[in-house]
Design a binder for this molecule. Structure first.
Ligand code: ASP
Ligand code: MG
Length: 471
């Protein structure tokens, strides 16, 4: 067999039922015939949300409510197990393993209900149980196909900092741990099935990488193991030229660059977790996005350079759950530290800024954050500028949630004049009002803010304008 190594990842919907798990196992088995492989799995779809609900229910003091959720998860996983595994010994072994995971969760929910307190650390422990339930199921399904397989907990592999709910990997430690644990399995022809989403801090506590973080787990392991490629199996055909719910003509893009994909991930195309590509950039490991429901389709290949495409524009994206915050007024002209204070305050709230625009008259700084972070950011800014507001140096701090950011993405926009012109002319023709504009100096993306209600019109007309309809 080839010594090539593939790390593949199955998202929640790709392991969402016994039938889906069987399909994923088949994909693993087919790949394992050709090369060595490691599979990373998400929780069955919806399970992470249910676990978070259980934790919050416990926090409200409702222990019985949390237990009921845990029980429903038990039924769901046991039902899947029954239809997946014929071998009674194996089935019993997996059932006991799942039982231990659920009992662990039950203890944490019980403690939370007693204290009525839910720390980020405890939430990580509870919310990551779904992966610890799905990994043994997938491993058992792979064994059913006659292959050797073993479920491996990522706490044994991925070492992170201790920022619970959004931990960052420490690659050197992760590298040595992953290689020490997984290489011997691979050499013996055993396919490791690794829990996505979670890791372990240097002080030994379980952490999670953030919602949707299993993609990130896969590329972290890909880099740590010097994999030849990473394949993200999901429920869509790949990276599309636009969200097909908004633009029915949207097409799968066969090849795209790291930069473009990162730009799209960042700007809300839900296929990839925004941090996914970071670990593989240095080693230039290609990442595929493929549809586990239609494995005959090739999907999208993400590589350092991507594919050439003369039109310059590759894809469009829009994020709608964002808020435009503006800090300004004529009084801030010449107030040199406003920009610095605005963004250090925002950073302290850990709100990530999606777009910034400032006019040359200096009397208005506006930027977008996710709507979930908006209120606390505005409050923090009002506090920071309380004195200046009182003296009218800063006249207003306002928030507008009824907006959306549209981004036009394409790496070959660099040096292609006229794209901005075409973009805004199209908006003018459609009567879409532009509220703010930003273009990074990298020219991989032109983004602008419009009223939320105009998103569909904007995307459809740009998709047509840039010829993305007929690719
Ligand atoms: N199960 C986790 C979540 O739903 C991680 C993932 O699916 O990537 O956020
Ligand atoms: Mg996901």
């Amino acid at each position: 067999m080839s010594t090539r190594l593939q790390v593949m990842k199955f998202g929640g919907t790709s392991v969402g039922s016994a039938e889906c798990i069987a399909r994923a196992a088949q994909i693993i088995a087919n790949t394992a015939k050709e090369m060595r492989c490691v599979a990373v799995v998400s929780a069955m779809s919806g399970v992470t949300n249910r676990l978070i609900e259980a934790a919050k229910t416990a926090q409200a003091g409702n222990a019985a409510g949390a237990t009921a959720i845990m029980e429903s998860l038990r039924t769901q996983h046991e039902t899947a197990l029954e239809s997946l595994v014929r071998n009674t010994e194996e089935s019993e072994r997996v059932r006991q393993k799942m039982e231990a995971v659920l009992a662990h969760g039950q203890r944490f929910c019980g403690g939370t209900a007693l204290l009525r307190e839910l720390s980020p650390r405890t939430l990580d422990t509870i919310s990551s149980l779904g992966e610890r339930l799905s990994a043994p199921l997938v491993a058992a399904a792979v064994k059913e196909l006659g292959l050797e397989s073993e479920a491996v907990d990522a706490t044994e592999l991925i070492v992170t900092d201790s920022y619970h709910g959004g931990a960052e990997p420490q690659m050197d430690f992760t590298r040595s741990k992953s290689q020490a644990r997984l290489k011997p399995l691979l050499e013996r022809g055993i396919v490791p099935i690794v829990t996505g989403f979670l890791g372990c801090s240097t002080s030994g506590e379980l952490t999670t990488l953030g919602r949707g973080g299993s993609d990130y787990s896969a590329t972290i392991l890909g880099a740590a193991l010097d994999a030849d490629e990473v394949v993200i199996w999901t429920d869509v055909d790949g990276v599309l030229s636009a969200d097909p719910r908004l633009v029915p003509e949207a097409k799968t893009i066969p090849g795209i660059s790291y930069r473009e994909a990162a730009e799209l991930a960042y700007f809300g195309a839900k296929v990839l977790h925004p941090k996914t590509l970071r670990p593989v950039v240095d080693a230039a490991i290609p990442v595929w996005i493929r549809n586990s429901f239609e494995p005959q389709k090739l999907g999208t290949k993400i590589t350092p350079e991507g594919e050439n495409n003369s039109a310059g524009v590759k894809a469009l994206t829009a994020i709608r759950d964002v808020t435009l915050i503006s800090v300004g007024g004529p009084g801030i002209v010449g107030l040199t530290d406003v920009v610095g204070r605005t963004f250090s305050t925002t950073a302290e709230e850990r709100a990530s800024v999606l777009l910034i625009s400032q006019s040359s008259s200096q009397n208005d700084i506006c930027f977008c954050v996710s709507s979930a972070d908006a209120q606390q950011t505005v409050e923090a800014l009002r506090k920071e500028f309380a004195q200046d507001l009182a003296h009218q140096k800063v006249e207003h701090i306002t928030a507008d949630p009824k907006i959306a950011i549209v981004a036009v993405v394409g790496q070959n926009m660099v040096g292609t004049p006229g794209i901005a012109g075409k973009t805004f002319a199209a908006m003018g023709k459609e009567g879409v009002n532009i509220i703010a504009i930003a273009q990074g100096s990298s020219e991989t993306n032109i983004s602008f803010v419009i009223e939320e209600k105009s998103v569909m019109t904007a995307l459809r007309s740009l998709h047509r304008e840039f010829g993305l309809d007929n690719r």
